[in-house]
Design a protein around this ligand. Structure first.
Ligand SMILES: Cc1cc2nc3c(=O)[nH]c(=O)nc-3n(C[C@H](O)[C@H](O)[C@H](O)COP(=O)(O)O)c2cc1C
Length: 366
């Protein structure tokens, strides 16, 4: 594919994007009582005006008291929340940009004592959060079924509010990923054991969300090999396991895969030089979104390790990887926090005016 095609239209089913650039989901901790911040419409529409074709919202807590694990995250529960999201959606659509809601449950990252109900523990497949002993609540089969229904109801709420789609957060060691990962999933029922069975929770969430919404509403999933509990972890140790993972997940009919990488150009397995998104593209016909250190010289984990200043990096890597057909859409996180007009500047090759990233851009909202 030609580099210019990055700046041209792309579609997932009937949803058309003005280009292939995506704002990555980023938790901002600026919402009070689950209601998106007053400035949320401006925060998102600035990035839409600056050239982004698709926005994936910050993680939005699903409507279950166990989903929350950090302060200041939005949800879909109150009327006030819903009206605030409608405002965000309308402002983003005015810029001819589409918007997906990222549905999130933090799983065992939640600790007792947290908002909204201090008595509700972290919900997990097997009570395990990282290698070691049980520290959280092991979900019963009834609780799993209830959770799947909560996702499906929230998907419907998202469609009614006007979102163009949803992304199930299945990455980074949170609930859905805790089911994927054998270390945190030691169940012996239909939701644990073999790789196929560990995928069933995500599959049921996707198929129920597709059932509760209309044909044109987009339902996709983000996943990662790495976990916040273990950066070296892998769900798939080789291309055959990845093949199994992707073909099983595909049975639930997702509309896209979002492969979360820390550095999007790095090979995934020793056997080839393909990155994770390129491997998935070889294994599936579905659209694939890639992410990870686009335009910056450091990956985002450094932000949480105190080394937060990232300079504008090499965009040739992005163009070359795209020309090698390694992804369909590319998501950008930090570089869009520091520079809402990054895509416009990239299109005009205006590299000198791009704003480098540091933690001050996380500490302020708009
Ligand atoms: C402040 C911040 C908050 C994030 N919150 C989320 C989130 O809510 N959901 C998610 O899937 N990823 C989240 N991420 C990960 C980003 O979506 C993205 O994958 C990561 O930052 C790598 O992209 P980048 O190198 O372009 O920043 C967050 C990252 C940052 C920097």
């Amino acid at each position: 594919m030609m580099k210019e095609q990055l700046f041209q239209q792309f579609s997932i089913k009937n949803v058309r994007f003005k280009n292939r650039f995506v704002m990555a989901p980023m938790t901002r901790n600026f919402s009070q009582n689950g209601v998106p911040h007053l400035d949320a419409a401006e925060y998102y529409s600035m990035r839409a005006r600056g050239g982004v074709g698709l926005i994936i919202t910050e993680g939005v807590e699903i409507s279950h008291p166990s989903s929350s694990g950090y302060s200041g995250c939005p949800n879909l529960i109150s009327d006030e929340s819903k009206r605030a999201w409608e405002k965000v959606i309308t402002s983003v659509h005015k810029e001819d940009t589409k918007i997906f809601c990222q549905l999130w449950h933090v799983g065992g990252i939640r600790k007792p004592g947290m908002y909204p109900d201090p008595n509700v523990p972290g919900f997990t497949p097997s009570g395990i959060v990282k290698k070691g002993k049980k520290v959280a609540h092991e979900m019963s089969l009834d609780e799993i079924e209830e959770m799947i229904e909560v996702y499906a109801n929230d998907a419907k709420i998202c469609e009614d509010l006007g979102f163009d789609g949803i992304e199930i957060h299945g990455a980074h060691g949170y609930l859905v990923d805790q089911f994927f990962w054998e270390v945190t999933n030691q169940r012996t029922d239909n939701y644990g054991g073999s790789l196929e069975k560990r995928i069933n929770f995500a599959k049921d969430i996707i198929s129920s969300s597709k059932k509760s919404t209309s044909e044109n509403f987009i339902v996709g999933i983000r996943f990662s090999q790495w976990k916040q509990q273990d950066y070296g972890a892998k769900i798939a140790n080789n291309i055959d396991e990845l093949d199994k993972f992707i073909s099983e997940l595909s049975k639930s009919d997702p509309d896209f895969f979002h492969t979360s990488m820390r550095r999007f150009w790095e090979p995934e397995f020793e056997s080839s030089n393909l990155n994770l998104s390129a491997c998935v593209k070889q294994l599936s016909k579905l659209p694939v979104i890639a992410v990870g250190s686009v335009g910056l010289d450091k990956d985002f984990i450094k932000l949480y390790q105190g080394d937060h200043e990232a300079k504008i990096g090499d965009f040739d890597k992005l163009f070359n990887t795209f020309e090698n057909d390694s992804f369909d859409m590319i998501a950008i996180g930090r570089a869009l926090l520091s520079d809402p007009n990054l895509i416009e500047k990239l299109e005009n090759s205006n590299f000198k005016d791009m704003v480098p990233f540091d933690k001050r851009y996380v500490e302020k909202y708009v």
